[in-house]
Design a protein around this ligand. Structure first.
Ligand code: APR
Ligand code: PHB
Length: 400
């Protein structure tokens, strides 16, 4: 089999890239190791920056987000028994974010790909990348069951490694060609999804002496809540009742009272990590999204960063294929890694800062605690400080 761009991974990065390239007449094959149901069972953050929404529109898949997403012009910072509103709209000269689940983004992208009759290979096993340092890269994989599965080979011009943090793409780059930077935080997030009305119209990020809490939502009838937990905690340790009791303790009395509880429909613990791999290009292999970087979820930058990578990669590839000279332009592709990484590091900084501001650090010591209190006090009393938070939260601009 042959295609122009082989895309490894059918998460939001891979599917969005495929959709943008399809609009420009560029052929892609998407290779995913899981089933569609498994891909859609992942629950991840749900806040879209305007730039991400614009890209979904450009890819022709933004309709349902516009119809069903919730436009938020602010969020609340919970601190010392009250909530303080961060007016994103006013502080950023009119920008908003949209609350729309990442699972729904993936569902919309999958549906558009199916409707266009494009090839996605699900349940691909032993996906391996070859010869991406030369002009004729290949991807091999197997389909069917382990004992009698068929082997396949896909020839392509470029490989897009969109297969997340644990994928094959970054792992196939020689170790001496990669530099990685990592910070693991000494806590996790215990998340609960419930079919209950959200406690407030906007998100609440709460700093509490018992630990961080976040009140988010998926719709007017479905809520998503998180509480900071120990890094080695287990879901089995948390009954629904224990979760709701702990969440209530971390909110203001008014919010605690307004909280509507119900049975959880999903409960999971996620570790918190910052990670960046540099560079994001090796010959004709380009890494995008979680394959190249991870941020802790405080501020919901993961999907939005994946979208900016895909923006830069799709424009580089489109420019390349639109050039009909024998020696096609590679300026956008050559600039890809540096352009991505400039924005990635700003979001890594912001996510680290917001995480550090809002969480209880088990061994942080009194000095760090005092500085954290001073920083929140500053944020709540200085328009300049609040503007900096708001500008990052709604999303820094893409480079042109
Ligand atoms: N071969 C093929 N596919 C693979 C392989 C592999 N070896 N390893 C992983 N995959 C698939 C995963 O099953 C998954 O569907 O690649 C996909 C990667 O998707 P994500 O992990 O969602 O990563 P990405 O698409 O970059 O999405 C960006 O935003 O909010 C954040 O972390 C969150 O998923 C999120 C991300
Ligand atoms: C979520 O809704 O899951 C969510 C929202 C905001 C965050 C993280 C997660 O910062």
């Amino acid at each position: 089999m042959k295609t122009q761009v082989a895309i490894i991974g059918a998460g939001p990065s891979g599917l969005l890239l495929a959709a943008l390239l399809h609009r420009a007449g560029i052929a892609t094959v998407v290779i995913e190791q899981r089933s569609p149901d498994r891909v859609l069972s992942r629950i991840r953050a749900g806040v879209l920056e305007q730039g991400t929404l614009d890209l979904l529109d450009r890819a022709g898949v933004g309709q349902r987000a516009h119809a069903q997403g919730l436009v938020h012009g602010g969020f609340a910072l919970g601190y010392r028994n009250s909530e303080h509103r961060i007016d994103l709209h006013a502080l950023t000269g009119g920008k908003n974010v949209m609350v729309y689940g990442q699972t729904e983004v993936t569902r919309d992208l999958m549906a558009a790909r199916t409707a266009a009759g494009l090839t996605t290979i699900y349940n691909a096993q032993d996906v391996a990348l070859h010869d991406f340092d030369g002009a004729t890269p290949r991807v091999t994989y197997r389909t069917g069951n382990a004992s009698d599965g068929a082997s396949h080979e896909l020839h392509c011009d470029f490989i897009a490694g969109c297969d997340g943090f644990h994928g094959a793409s970054r792992a196939s780059v020689p170790a001496n060609a990669l530099r990685t930077f990592e910070k693991v935080y000494p806590f996790g997030w215990l998340g609960v999804l419930a079919d209950t009305p959200p406690v407030a119209h906007e998100l609440i990020y709460a700093n509490h002496e018992r630990g961080f809490a976040l009140c988010s939502m998926r719709s007017a009838t479905r809520s998503r809540y998180y509480i900071q937990c120990a890094a080695d905690d287990k879901v089995e340790n948390w009954s629904d009742a224990a979760f709701w009791d702990e969440l209530r303790l971390r909110l203001s009395p008014e919010a605690a009272q307004a909280l509507v509880t119900g049975p959880s429909i999903e409960k999971s613990i996620a570790p918190l990590r910052s990670f960046v791999a540099e560079p994001m290009r090796f010959g004709n292999l380009f890494l995008a999204g979680d394959a190249a970087h991870i941020v802790p979820p405080t501020g919901a930058k993961g999907l939005n960063l994946a979208a900016s990578d895909v923006h830069y990669l799709s424009s580089g590839l489109i420019e390349h294929y639109a050039d009909h000279r024998a020696e096609k332009s590679s300026a956008g592709l050559d600039a890809y890694s540096d352009r991505c990484l400039r924005r990635v590091w700003k979001a890594v900084r912001f996510s680290w800062w917001f995480t550090t501001l809002m969480h209880k650090f088990p061994d942080g010591g009194e000095f760090a605690q005092k500085v954290q209190e001073a920083e929140i006090g500053y944020l709540l009393s200085s328009q300049a400080a609040a503007t900096s938070l708001a500008e990052n939260y709604v999303g820094l601009p893409f480079e042109v």
